[in-house]
Write a protein that binds this ligand. Structure first.
Ligand SMILES: Cc1ncc(COP(=O)(O)O)c(C=O)c1O
Length: 443
């Protein structure tokens, strides 16, 4: 870091400011986390210098003796942790992993089914502007007004459209994913079933979520959310997958390389191996359990303050707050901005049967993985809920103009008023002080 500060003070200074932001605020975005010093060290290593196109012992470049061993170690650890038959650790991130998976089992134009984006699904499960929705025939399914997947609809759509592939998993879903119910439907129409466990991988690894392995053919995951590794991803093939199609491992591998990618990011592969070893330790098991306890405590505290939660619950690490009672439709923007100014980071999010739009949604999404990494427990969640309530009560008179032309000026005024708000400034100081007791590792 000192070398960087000497050579490039501009970048070093911005990194320092970002480190301070991470230390002094409360990170509630459910897809974020703080990695360990060991993961960070592997990421920031000389492994970034290397090219290794291909797979272990079958590379297109020389000098891969040690890289091969690192990749094989990452694969071995992932297979053991998740109890799967085959793992590819090369996808650059979750989105390319999901596109590669689709390419592995579908031809362009084939039908895929996934949870609609606005209902909590991910872009790469077939949303119309994603490559997975442009090059494949995407048939989305939806949630009911309580936020649960509408299994009647899934069944009807599967029967009617005979998809090649069905996605389970989501980016904003407050219940346990019901892999068993999806399996019945996918098996009845002969579809491949894939679980995208990007959000819940850490909870699956620690036994705090139903395990998809007995039910699905394929699993994708990012490695940087609850799994607490570097930004990366993995694609896994289960025993059930091999039984359906013995070629799945080679189909997956050739879809990743050369189908979609070139050289793997070897520094990321090493950091994934480190994170997987961490995730196999007893303290990580305790971490997974604490994430869920904290989510429950935060959800209860928010409901006690009068907030309306989608489904009135959380069964995993995240919750969705329906802010329509506070702001009417489209209030997520106000909440995200004002909370950010107070040092609480979360994201605006659509709610089931969203009355507004994805850019101006009516809810917020928040979760506990990052705060749990900092050592916070149920007691601290109650304080966090209190601050959220104070900030939102302070701004609950704002309303999103229904005429789009009026929004720019209105929002600029809103931001300027929030920036000057003394109560929000006071809360930011309180949070800064509070955060000191829960240090994070940073260079
Ligand atoms: C369920 C799910 N799948 C895939 C992804 C994509 O991951 P990435 O952002 O690494 O491309 C995300 C990211 O938010 C996600 O929530």
């Amino acid at each position: 870091m000192n070398e960087l500060a000497k050579q490039d003070p501009q970048v070093a200074q911005l990194m320092k400011l970002e480190a301070n932001r991470q230390k002094q605020g409360l990170e509630l975005i459910p897809s974020e986390n703080y990695v360990s010093p060991s993961v960070l060290q592997a990421m920031g290593s000389i492994l970034t210098n290397k090219y290794s196109e291909g797979y272990p012992l079958k590379r297109y470049y020389g000098g891969n003796e040690f890289i091969d061993k690192i990749e094989l170690l990452a694969i071995k650890r992932a297979k053991k942790l998740f109890n799967v038959e085959h793992v590819n650790v090369q996808p650059y991130s979750g989105s390319p992993a999901n596109l590669a998976l689709t390419m592995a089992v579908c031809q362009p134009g084939d039908t895929v089914m996934g949870l609609n984006l606005i209902d909590g699904g991910h872009l790469t499960h077939g949303w119309k502007v994603s490559a997975t929705g442009i090059f494949f025939n995407s048939v989305p399914y939806h949630v009911l007004s309580n936020g649960r997947v509408d299994f009647n609809e899934v069944k009807l759509l599967a029967k009617k459209h005979k998809p090649k592939l069905i996605w389970t998993g989501a980016t904003a879903y407050v219940y346990q994913y019901e892999f068993d119910r999806f399996a019945k439907i996918a098996d009845s129409v002969g579809a491949y079933l894939v679980a995208d466990i990007a959000h819940i991988a850490g909870l699956v690894a620690t036994g705090n979520h139903q395990n998809p392995v007995p039910y699905v053919h394929l699993i994708t995951t990012t490695t940087h959310k609850t799994l607490r590794g570097p930004r990366g991803a993995m694609i896994m093939v289960t025993k059930k997958g091999l039984e359906k199609d013995a070629e799945l491992p080679s189909k997956v591998d050739s879809a990743v390389f050369p189908g979609l990618q070139g050289g793997p990011h070897d520094h990321t592969t090493a950091a994934i191996a480190v994170a997987l070893a961490e995730a196999a330790k007893p303290q990580f098991r305790r971490y997974g359990t604490q994430i869920v306890k904290n989510a429950h405590s935060l959800a209860t505290a928010l409901m006690n303050q009068g907030f309306k939660l989608v489904g009135n619950t959380t069964e995993n690490h995240l919750m969705l707050v329906d802010l329509t009672p506070f702001f009417g439709p489209g209030g997520g923007y106000f909440a995200q901005y004002a909370l950010d100014q107070a040092g609480i980071t979360l994201n605006k999010n659509t709610i089931p049967k969203e009355p507004s739009s994805p850019y101006f949604p009516s809810g917020i999404r928040l979760g506990t993985p990052a705060l749990t990494t900092r050592g916070m427990k149920q007691k601290e969640m109650i304080r966090v809920a209190g601050w959220i309530n104070e900030v939102l009560t302070e701004i609950n008179h704002y309303r999103l103009p229904s005429d789009k032309k009026d929004r720019k000026t209105y929002l600029a005024e809103f931001r300027s008023e929030v920036n000057q708000n003394r109560k929000i400034k006071r809360i930011k100081m309180e949070i800064k002080q509070f955060s000191r007791a829960f240090p994070i590792f940073a260079w």
